[in-house]
Design a protein around this ligand. Sequence first.
Ligand code: PLP
Length: 395
Amino acid sequence: MADKKMYELGAVRSKFSELFEYGQAQAAKIGWEHIYDFSLGNPSIPAPDCVKEAIIDMLDHKTSREIHSYTNARGLLEVRQYLADYMNETYDAGVGPDNFHLTVGSSASLAVIIRALQEDTSDEFIVIAPFYPEYRIFIEPIGSKCVVVPPDTEHFQLSIEGVAKAITPHTRAIIVNSPNNPSGTVYSEDTIRRLAALLKEKSAEIGHPIFLISDEPYREIVYDNLPILYLPHYYDNTIVTYSYSKSLSLPGERIGYILVPPTVDDHAYLMTAILGTARMYGYVCAPSTYQRVIAAVRGATADISEYDKNRHLIYDNLTKMGYDCVYPSGAFYLFVKAPDGNSLQFMENAKKFNILLVAADEFACPGYARISYCVDADMIRRSLPAFKKLLALYK
Ligand code: PLP
């Protein structure tokens, strides 16, 4: 027999997969053109041409062995050197190649860093609602407690008082995610400064560092010229997890990294623990082709201005209709209040008009729903009458 906990992890279906299957079945009946699928965070904008060019150039000029061999477990040195140079030029990060560990995306980065930091199962990890549901999966099956800070439903920043209450002598780390999935908000510099001050004070109080894990797969997807903050400048014990799934539109290729800056306590020891954890999880190394691609494209991103257009299209229209929407500043999600506060029912009602959106209950924020606008702009336009009818149900 297999392990029961693992069986349950595999058997419990998320709202995402239920919706996905529902969408497929409906599309078979009435055609995709009549389905308005806003359920997934799968980038709709193509990867930039430089990705294809880098792959072709590699295939044309390198031997099979050079391209496809195992790499160093931390990632190719020249790629980590490129990442260090890029972060130093862009954010004045003061890092070197030994501060990076390449992974198979943010999910892997998080699973690895959480396990590498866990000293024993009494360790607690704090998450801020609304949060990406997989955080819980990286924390609870390894025996730790996932401590949830309730959402700040006024501004969708983070409640500093809530974090202060959540900290105990067992707190090992806190995970933040900005730009945020699912709220689409970006934490302000003031929020980060206040969080950093609190974590410094509480680390001194409990007698060991509280690590800040900054999960940044949407780092470059910000609007209105908002600044992109480099969190280690605000708090020394910050570890960054990054992914190219969203910025380069490469979610299926599985490439990202963990950055442990030299300001982190015992950073060299932690880097070795990361190596050990990745070894235990059996990743061996990040995909060799895509390691080289990310260095070759030198900070390029997909055309984020396309998401910005979708953002205006959906936010402006839904707000005009009378929906209560959180102003989206980053990522590609619009967070909408269920008109009567019942988000699960809202999701069901939306299905009646073939709109697929996700109730935020799974993100620990009941009462809201997530609309992913990383979709075809034309689908947004076609969906607007359906959104009108959906709201009319509540009038
Ligand atoms: N963290 C957040 C906040 C996300 O939204 C996602 C994916 O949607 C991930 C991590 C995982 O991304 P990856 O594809 O890099 O594993």
